[in-house]
Design a protein around this ligand. Structure first.
Ligand code: SF4
Length: 697
């Protein structure tokens, strides 16, 4: 029973869960750090949600006041020692002195940092600034590495910028929607409602997903085609779609000739019979006639829009697939107006923003390479430091370097790499090999088991700043109550930077950090807290103070000038089913939980999904003697775990599915280190596994 008090005040802020970025009014009782949120009311003025919300944003905010929350800095000498509570000054000094000592002994590149997509743009900006200027290297990465880094790479190569092309409202003008590797009903519920509304008005839907997701058939919505693409064959699928369109003369000849480059090479490549649905059928598992019919529909039904999720990016060819979808949009002329485009459904609340803010080892804020002299000079002048022109280490490279003994210290803000990253055994070994692991988080998460310093972070209800959602919309996040830990997260990072000898990390307020971002990043030049407060939100690029933002990109011209058509050759993954591991595991999420579950597991949402389960096709279950509710062992070549089975016709035979919300299951114990060739995004969606009734009572 929830006792609701009467609110005494309200604060407009932004949901801290998924990349839809819904706006809420928090009704609050009391003041100070112990003020209580009475209810979260979706805001009718929210640009992304227009008064709608889901079960996460509306109800799952109680974790901010959960008893597990750590409110004091803590240190210990070894990971076997007990934690000891210390003052902020002592904790910051231990971090700074420890990092400096490691650099003195092992070199400048011996330490690095990981920023969080759950944090604000301002918090992420100062982390990358600390790493580049105070650490003196580019060993900065973000949890986008393990989700949408191929989006960043693929869209930059083809269109010239690392972001989705449309605003959410654009879907209201779509005539046909191609949904690939995404399950918005569970992962992006408010956008799913918007999409369903358009489908009920008559737009057609093509779902490409191995799993029979809700949108294939739900009340008043039925997909025209469900193409159960086998895990690992996305590029074969998208090439086949484009092959049909080009060879049947259904492509937009004028758009291709006028707005794209490398057209002749691409058209010859894609028209080759090796890309036909028939030639690719054994890889994709799709009936060629069905695929041909779906391709014709996409090319001829009017405005065609592509929406996609992690079922695209988390593959060894994730970046190739993003480029393949960009090709498909370009050959059909579906770019540069409402109702069309290539639209990544971003996972975390600020995964777009954390990428925008330069938390990649090769790019400054605004996706500008660290080797570009004039960009580096801008920051060198402002920060008074010489900056490294060489890209730094990505997260998996940090793990490898740790095991090789050259990477010795890590600052991790708000990411639980020991639960979220693939091949848990490898991650844990790398963390154990480091001399100083600093975890900044709300809770003593799985990664904190390997930490020497714990710095308590703040929840979204304590943050002042901005999040950027999947449609590039910069939303304000406002503090509902002051920091429960006595410092804001950006202040903690700045204090470490200063203690390491870099003094240009002093801001009176988060708004001053945004002012620095605007002064140095052309796509944010017209952004300030004052303008956001006045306008509600803005979608970057905002090139100056006259601009109110850019809902649709690439109108008339691509950011890179002409769109680049790429020869997206299909290369099968090396992860194949074998006699020992005959099934393919693919992973995903569920409506009531969020990622590693650190937040939602500490709310009433946990009662709806108290454990991860393994979905398995009836035929695969029957031959193994498995019934719904049985405990089963799930094993791969790297590890094994035990969880409960759910026999389900949603799965195709030969493919099983689970989520990774609960550390007790630890699904990433079985996922491998295979990764995208361009970005190292892990191949979470393809793991060869065996399943059997568990040997437990
Ligand atoms: Fe929050 Fe996403 Fe739900 Fe909106 S759809 S309330 S942003 S979790």
């Amino acid at each position: 029973v929830v006792q609701l008090g009467m609110p005494t005040r309200s604060v407009e802020t932004t949901c801290a869960y998924c990349g839809v970025g819904c706006s809420f009014r928090a009704d609050v009782q009391g003041d100070g750090p112990d003020a209580k949120v009475v209810r979260m009311v979706p805001s009718k003025n929210g640009g992304a949600n227009e008064g709608h919300s889901c079960v996460k944003g509306r109800f799952a905010y109680g974790y901010a006041a959960h008893k597990d929350r750590q409110l004091s800095p803590m240190v210990r000498d070894t990971i076997d020692d007990e934690w000891r509570k210390v003052s902020w000054d002592e904790a910051i000094a231990k971090v700074a002195d420890g990092f400096k000592a490691l650099q003195a002994q092992h070199g400048v590149a011996a330490i690095g940092g990981i920023s969080s997509s759950r944090c604000t743009n301002e918090e992420v900006y100062v982390v990358q600034k600390m790493v580049r200027a105070a650490f003196g290297n580019n060993n900065i990465d973000t949890c986008a590495r393990v989700c949408h880094s191929p989006t960043g790479y693929g869209l930059k190569q083809t269109f010239g910028t690392s972001a989705g092309t449309q605003d959410f409202k654009s879907v209201e003008k779509s005539d046909v929607i191609l949904l690939i590797g995404a399950n918005p009903t569970d992962a992006h519920p408010v956008f799913a409602s918007r999409m369903k509304r358009r489908l009920r008005e008559g737009a057609r839907l093509i779902v490409a997903d191995p799993r029979r997701i809700d949108l294939v058939r739900s009340p008043h919505v039925e997909a025209a085609y469900h193409l159960p693409v086998l895990p690992g064959s996305n590029v074969a699928f998208v090439n086949s779609m484009a092959h049909v369109i080009v060879t049947e003369g259904l492509h937009d000849e004028e758009f291709v000739r006028e707005r794209c480059e490398d057209a002749d090479e691409y058209l010859a490549f894609i028209a080759d019979a090796s890309n036909s649905p028939e030639a690719m059928a054994s890889a994709t598992g799709i009936d060629p006639d069905e695929l041909r019919a779906a391709a014709r529909m996409f090319a001829t039904a009017g405005n065609g829009a592509i929406y996609y999720g992690l079922g695209v990016t988390e593959h060894s060819q994730g970046s190739t697939m993003v480029m393949g979808m960009a090709n498909l949009a370009m050959v059909t002329g579906n770019i540069g107006r409402e109702g069309v485009g290539v639209n990544p459904l971003r996972g975390q609340n600020n995964v777009q923003g954390s990428c925008d803010m330069g938390s990649f080892p090769h790019e400054f804020p605004g996706y500008r390479h660290v080797s570009i002299d004039h960009v580096r000079a801008t920051y060198e002048q402002l920060w008074g430091r010489t900056l490294d022109p060489e890209p730094g280490l990505r997260i998996p490279n940090m793990f490898d370097a740790a095991l090789a003994g050259t990477f010795r210290g890590l600052y991790v803000q708000g990411e639980d790499i020991a639960q979220s990253d693939p091949n848990t055994q490898h991650v844990e070994a790398a963390l154990r090999a480091m001399d100083l692991v600093v975890v900044q988080d709300l809770f003593l998460n799985e990664t904190a088991r390997f930490a020497h310093v714990f710095l308590p972070g703040t929840s979204f209800l304590e943050k002042d700043g901005t999040f950027t959602n999947a449609e590039r919309r910069i939303n304000r996040v406002r503090p509902v109550f002051p920091s429960k830990v006595g410092m804001d997260e950006w202040e903690i990072t700045c204090a470490i930077g200063r203690a390491m000898g870099f003094d240009d990390m002093r801001y009176a307020a988060a708004s001053e950090i945004m002012d620095e971002i605007a002064a140095t990043t052309p796509t944010f030049a017209g952004v300030s807290f004052a303008r956001l407060d006045e306008l509600g939100s803005m979608q970057w690029p905002v090139y100056d103070e006259k601009s109110t933002g850019t809902p649709i990109m690439h109108i008339g011209e691509f950011v890179r000038g002409k769109g680049k058509l790429m020869e997206t050759v299909f290369v099968p993954t090396t992860e194949r089913s074998t006699r020992k591991f005959p099934l393919i595991l693919t992973t995903g999420r569920i409506l009531s939980q969020y990622n590693v579950g650190a937040q939602t597991r500490r709310t009433p949402n946990n009662t709806w999904h108290p454990e991860d389960v393994l979905e398995i096709h009836p035929a695969d279950a029957e031959v193994r003697g498995i019934s719904t509710g049985d405990l089963v062992d799930l094993s791969s070549r790297v590890g094994s775990t035990t969880l409960r089975a759910q026999v389900s016709e949603r799965m195709p035979a030969g493919v099983v599915y689970t989520t990774f919300h609960h550390p007790v299951t630890g699904a990433n114990v079985v996922t491998t280190e295979n990764s995208d060739w361009a970005t190292n995004c892990p191949e979470y969606k393809v793991t060869a596994v065996q399943v059997g009734v568990a040997n437990v009572r």
